[in-house]
Design a protein around this ligand. Structure first.
Ligand code: NAP
Length: 522
């Protein structure tokens, strides 16, 4: 099966053999993807000239209703998506849910947010403001949907959520979407787009997808477009330095690598609820999606005096994790996405070994359940300890994109903050502690270097949303090496797809403009 590309309002097959999409458990080819021969420039133009104006003729409420319809169609095909996730990503149901149900949840959330904006066509930022003494001449800041296309380039680990967490705010903003999923797992994203296109609920050109290599895609980006990229820091650098980005200055949002951390507070001794909660979270983050989550805990900071107990508790819990073929109902952790990724993770583990010692790696007897180790792409959960984190480099800068984390002992809170900052900017830092003052101080120290601070004590043990789960109400993104981008965060996400303009005009004109605008409550 060759995946169809939906561009210029048509389904088109790329030429040649295409790139294979594999089953990471069985090793067989499931589908191929090719963009060879596609006129990507024409596809982007079609989206700009047909999809954009058609979407912008609708108000926010109407576009929100479309998101609700999309969510309904995806829900109706959910079982099929779970099957694709199992075959193409090796996802047990728990992992598929994070991706597929996470996508549907995000779409429904933005459909509800649209109600707050109502039957309006532009956004307002603040009120009329006098520019001088004259009350009759003022300024109003308004945001209008950009006139280009949202080019959404995604990583392999979230083919469903990665697409819709970007597409939902773009479509709500009135901007057509041109999606480029990672080739290795493009099938799920492609199938979802196919289902939406077949249902004919969106205007032609509002939703396009290309499956296979990006080829010259970036050459055709214009000043009116918005590029939202998620992937490795290496590809991010290529995108940033592409000629169109340098010369046309499109909007650009980058979500890249991150060495996120979890901190055990100095008060959270073994036996406390916070100690047990961090153990559960570390193991969840290492094993959900086999650690292939941009937000996964990579570094675990623990007070020196608790490090042995924490190492033992994590060891015990990891020992009980069943890794293998997700077709077996007992299996909790699946493979990484491909043999290539398995090789990359193994190489990165070898690098970490130069600075850290292994506390757990499944041992020589590790063998995936119901899977042939020669053809499948499994990696045993691997937990390291680095004794001297302040003298280390790799543990802070190498994101091992698999089931791998490293324990880093600290002596006091200021040292913990210093160790955290060696990650050079991360998506998430979580703190497990019941010491209000210590937690508040740490949060204030670390927030500038992390997109999200997630604080857990016993009172929210069963209700907190999880270190690595991305909720649409909260901003997602991180400074520095995490890419410097921001997504989601409720209606804040719409800013990226709107151009803000200061309208300086007679007050009566500004009042007319203000009537047509909605002011998002942030
Ligand atoms: P990747 O190799 O960097 O690829 C990301 C995307 O870029 C893929 O769709 C890829 O297409 C495409 N691409 C490659 N070269 C391109 C070019 N010249 N022009 C345009 N697009 C191009 O990343 P990955 O291996 O799929 O994903 C893993 C990485 O993503 C990890 O480092 C992880 O941390 C990061 N990630 C970050 C977040 C976040 O929100 N911060 C979320 C998820 C993942 P092909 O697949 O066809 O090469």
């Amino acid at each position: 099966m060759k995946l169809g590309n939906y561009v210029s309002g048509e389904c088109t097959l790329g030429g040649g053999d295409g790139e294979p999409l594999l089953d990471p458990v069985l090793g067989c080819t499931l589908a191929t993807a090719s963009t060879t021969g596609l006129d990507l420039a024409a596809g982007l133009r079609f989206a700009r000239e047909r999809g954009g104006p058609a979407l912008r003729r609708l108000d926010y409420r109407h576009r929100g209703a479309l998101l609700q319809e999309i969510a309904g169609i995806l829900t109706a095909h959910r079982d099929e998506y779970y099957r694709i996730a199992l075959e193409n990503s090796g996802s047990p149901r728990r992992d598929a849910a994070v991706d597929i149900d996470g996508a549907i949840f995000t779409l429904k959330y933005y459909a509800r947010q649209a109600e707050l904006l109502g039957e309006k066509y532009l956004l307002r930022d603040g009120n009329l403001t006098r520019l001088g003494k004259d009350e009759d001449f003022q300024v109003l800041h308004v945001g209008l949907p950009i006139r280009g296309v949202a080019i959404l380039i995604n990583a392999f680990n979230f083919p469903a959520w990665g697409l819709w967490e970007k597409a939902a705010p773009a479509l709500l903003a009135g901007v057509p979407v041109f999606a480029k999923p990672a080739t290795a797992t493009a099938w799920l994203a492609q199938r979802m787009v196919k289902d939406i296109v077949d249902a004919q609920i969106l205007p032609r050109g509002a939703l396009s997808i290309v499956c296979g290599k990006a080829r010259d895609l970036m050459n055709h980006v214009t000043d009116a477009d918005a590029v939202a990229f998620t992937g490795s820091a290496e590809t991010a650098a290529q995108i940033r330095s592409s000629s169109s980005v340098l010369h046309a200055s499109p909007r650009l949002n980058i979500e890249a690598d991150s060495t996120n951390l979890a901190v055990l507070g100095p008060d959270a001794a073994p036996g406390t609820a916070e100690f047990d909660l961090i153990v559960r979270e570390i193991v969840n983050e290492m094993t959900v999606k086999a650690g292939q989550k941009c937000t996964a805990i990579r570094r675990v900071l623990a007070p020196v005096q608790f490090q042995e107990a924490l190492a033992e508790a994590v060891h015990a819990r990891l020992s009980s994790i069943k890794t293998g073929n997700p077709r077996n109902k007992d299996v909790q952790m699946g493979p990484v996405v491909s043999k290539k990724q398995q090789q990359a993770v193994r190489q990165d583990i070898a690098q970490l070994r130069r600075e850290a010692s292994i506390l757990f790696d499944g041992g020589p007897q590790f063998s995936p359940i119901d899977a042939d180790p020669d053809v499948s792409a499994f990696v045993a959960p691997t937990f390291f300890r680095c004794e001297r984190p302040l003298d280390a480099k790799t543990v802070h800068t190498l994101e091992v994109f698999g089931p791998v984390a490293t324990l880093l002992p600290y002596r006091n809170l200021s040292e913990a903050v210093q160790i955290a900052s060696l990650g050079q900017g991360s998506l998430v830092a979580s703190v497990f502690s019941a010491d209000e003052k210590a937690v508040t101080d740490m949060a204030m120290e670390m927030a500038a270097g992390h997109g999200k601070i997630h604080i857990v004590d016993a009172s929210v043990g069963n209700t907190h949303t999880g270190h690595g789960n991305v909720m649409p109400m909260a901003l997602h993104g991180g400074p520095g090496r995490a890419g410097g981008g921001q997504e989601l965060g409720g209606l804040r996400a719409l800013r990226f797809y709107h151009q803000y303009s200061a309208i300086q005009a007679p007050t009566h004109i500004l009042q007319r403009i203000a009537e047509r605008s909605a002011e998002p409550r942030l």
